[in-house]
Design a protein around this ligand. Sequence first.
Ligand code: 9MR
Length: 372
Amino acid sequence: MKQTKRNVLAQWVRALSGVMLTLLAAGCSTQSGAEAQQDVLPNLRDVYAHDFRVGVAFSHGLLDSGDAAALALAGTQFNAFTPENDMKWANIHPKENAYNYGPADALMLFAEQHHMSVTGHTLVWHQESPNWIFEDAPGVPASRETVLLRLREHMRTVMGHYRGRIHGWDVVNEAISTKKDEWLRDSPWLKALGEDYVEQAFRLAREADPGAELYYNDYNLEQPVKREKAVRLIKRLQDRGVHIDGIGLQGHFTLKSVDTAEVAKTIETFAAMGLRVNISELDMSLYGYGDRDNRYPDGAPAELLAEQADQYAALFQVFLTHHDKLDRITFWGVHDGLSYANYMPVKDRPDYPLLFDRAGKPKPAFYAVVKR
Ligand code: 9MR
């Protein structure tokens, strides 16, 4: 019964977005400007309303950037939000007794005004963790007890500040090594606390906010070797009675790296372990992982954008098939101009990894995704 209602609703949504797309293609809109465009475009969040949330990440800087098109997209297309940078330790807690909530508070407000569910990002990471956490004095390592106390204090304070307003937290980010024969990556957390630091982090997070969902978040988990290491990590947590709700598959794909069979297998593997699955940082670079050339400085070739549309469509087919296991698909950036891929791993190299172009106009990939 429930399934039938769902299907009817989904058909309606499909029909409606089809009409909107037709209107748009026929150029029926006489309006102009960012807001007007939003009136006409189908919304990702409505198109997938009965399947999963569709989220977006950006940083505080966007709020007063004057990029009206990006803000209009952020507030109308998406119903989930992840602060891209402003809750990272170095930003929100730069010194032992100094917390900097202003930027993240402003983002929270934007998200709440636009009915977006918020994911806290991120508590324990090998990057953006200031040295003072791990030292008694510059160059003098602190004891395990001291580091654990600092982590506890950080979680109680930051998670406490947002309690009731944040749906879930990326508790540990990218703990797994990308080296073939190494399990956990070399990290100041591993050095200071030892192999059970992931467990300690989840236990402290649960204590700090028992109402928030808790996630492990990482990239390239679609690759079998890394996925197996993550399975081992999660299993160890579960065997030891540690509370964990879900996993974030970041989804930093490239045009040539999308392997839908492995993506499906990854979602199924973690769901079978009792976890909710989120696609937490989705994008699709036109450049391969090792590619350092700057081949599209003045714009992306149409044939690559068409290929990107096909790859996004294929990914969303997998997500739809597994909608019962997925809560959220979050894009890592509003539009191409706001993507970290323009400055990482190569500085000042334009990339085109998202659904909207630099002016906020929908790309072929957007139309492929809303078509379902
Ligand atoms: O997009 C983020 C970029 O603006 C930051 O400079 C960088 C370092 O803090 O982090 C980027 O986001 C990363 C995310 O926090 C974790 N997964 C990988 C993301 C891309 O590097």
